[in-house]
Design a protein around this ligand. Structure first.
Ligand SMILES: [Fe+2]
Length: 243
């Protein structure tokens, strides 16, 4: 049975992705799950979507979200224990979503150890309106230190929606792209949907993530896989396809 036959036959749908590498399940430390109950409900929903593993990626942002390995590990430890007690079969690990700012430049300069997933991958995000200064230099420095920088939801940045050639420059710089699944349904904006589709057409993607901040966003994912765009995805190049 082919992947899309499930729609024709009304068979309960299971998502093709097993591992989410971008979400905000760590409760109470960023703009994601506000409390343990919400995090548990979100974890249950991940399981119902077919996921078996999530890498939780709380924001680390200069003055705003001063998260550390320590501050993240506390809610993650509590969440893991709760899932065990409730027999919710979802593996949990954590990394972070680093905002590109002076603080991150400092960390890289000091060769501070960064929180990674899949060994050496560092999830990064930028401001929405304009590209950070020396962005390509940062990518270069991360690569030189043995990290693989993964760019969270490139399709959502306004400075890229107006400048597809900069997108190509960033691909060439060695950044790997993580597209948000919700972008394909136009959840964020028409422009981000358009850029997400273009990234798929060009083959510029290595990860597909939920970036789930809330249960509402996970529920909205139910509609996403019914979109035709998924016929075009080359699942073999999606590195979080399997656990
Ligand atoms: Fe995020």
């Amino acid at each position: 049975m082919g992947f899309f036959d499930v729609f024709k036959k009304n068979i309960p749908f299971e998502y093709p992705l097993k591992w989410d590498i971008h979400n905000h399940l760590a409760f109470g430390i960023d703009d994601g799950a506000p409390d343990l109950d919400t995090a548990i409900a979100m974890a249950e929903f991940f399981v119902s979507l077919g996921y078996s593993k999530v890498t939780v990626t709380p924001h680390i942002m200069g003055d705003f979200y001063k998260n550390t390995k320590q501050s993240i590990s506390t809610p993650i430890g509590i969440l893991k224990e709760s899932l065990l007690i409730k027999k919710i079969p979802l593996q949990i690990e954590f990394a972070a979503e680093y905002y590109v700012d002076e603080s991150l430049f400092g960390k890289v300069q000091q060769k501070e150890e960064l929180l990674t997933f899949m060994g050496n991958k560092v999830l990064i995000e930028t401001a929405f309106m304009s590209a950070p200064r020396q962005f390509e230099q940062l990518v270069f420095d991360l690569l030189a230190q043995g990290y693989t920088p993964v760019f969270a939801h490139p399709e959502r940045y306004i400075y890229l929606q107006n400048n597809y050639s900069l997108v190509e420059t960033l691909v060439q710089s060695g950044l790997q792209f993580q597209i948000n699944l919700l972008s394909f349904s136009g959840y964020y904006s028409k422009e981000s949907k358009k850029l997400a589709e273009w990234l798929v057409d060009k083959g510029y993607y290595s990860f597909l993530g939920t970036d789930a901040h809330s249960l509402k966003q996970l529920v909205a994912l139910n509609e996403v896989y019914r979109l035709k765009i998924f016929n075009k995805i080359n699942w073999h190049q999606v590195q979080n396809y399997y656990v």
